[in-house]
Write a protein that binds this ligand. Structure first.
Ligand code: COA
Length: 181
């Protein structure tokens, strides 16, 4: 029969002192200083920082990180794992795909931050990264995996690294209509 392994004295010490040494403050997942609108759904383990405002009927997916001083409008969908940096401004009816990243520091770590603005009706697809200070225009679409380094005009689709305009929002809506049929 295999001999039962007893933990070493050191191992026992480490385990018993682990909690005593824990001095880190674990913040609330949803800050009591955040303002959350009506009928908002926030899924497991999403973080919402202080001074952040979330409008009515917005959904925030699991593990999304919505930092402090962010404004998100009504009827938005923020998918799981999205990172929304401090000072981001997101309009109404915006879709932010999974793992999308809105940045705010062009030369980290710097002392000066500038947020991303996403205007009403825009769609930011999965895993795209938006440079600090960039505005994504009304109803525009950022294709998955794009790196957006310049302002995006309204009503267009951009994609690629760096992202460039490829077609119009009207064309996108037509593709979606056909797909839905
Ligand atoms: C922007 C998007 C809608 C474009 O799709 P599309 O118009 O159907 O594009 P197609 O698949 O017809 O591809 C057309 C061309 O663009 C390229 N392309 C498509 N999507 C691209 C992207 N995101 N980045 C770079 N190139 C892309 C294709 O490789 C193809 O190039 P080719 O003609 O040289 O072969 C799509 O890329 C996208 O992001 N979809 C959303 C996915 C998502 O994030 N969903 C979220 C919830 S899961």
């Amino acid at each position: 029969m295999a001999k039962k392994k007893t933990p070493s004295k050191n191992a026992r010490t480490t385990r018993s002192t682990r909690h005593k040494k824990l001095t880190t403050t674990i913040p609330h997942l949803i800050s009591p200083r955040a303002t959350i609108g009506k009928n908002v759904k926030i899924w497991n383990y999403a973080y919402i920082g202080p001074e952040t405002k979330i409008g009515d009927n917005t959904k925030i997916g699991s593990l999304a990180h919505v930092d402090y001083n962010v404004v998100i409008g009504n009827d938005c969908k923020i998918e799981g794992l999205a990172y929304i940096a401090p000072m981001s401004r997101i309009g109404n009816n915006v879709f932010i795909g999974p793992s999308a990243c809105l940045t705010n520091d062009p030369y980290p770590p710097s002392d000066k931050m500038i947020g991303v603005t996403v205007e009403d009706g825009a769609v930011i697809c999965a895993s795209s990264v938006i440079k600090a200070g960039v505005t994504v225009g009304e109803n525009s679409v950022v294709g998955m995996g794009s790196i957006v380094t310049r302002n995006v005009p309204h009503d267009c689709v951009v994609m690629g690294v760096p992202a460039r305009v490829v077609y119009s929002r009207q064309d996108y809506d037509e593709k979606r209509r056909k797909w839905n049929q």
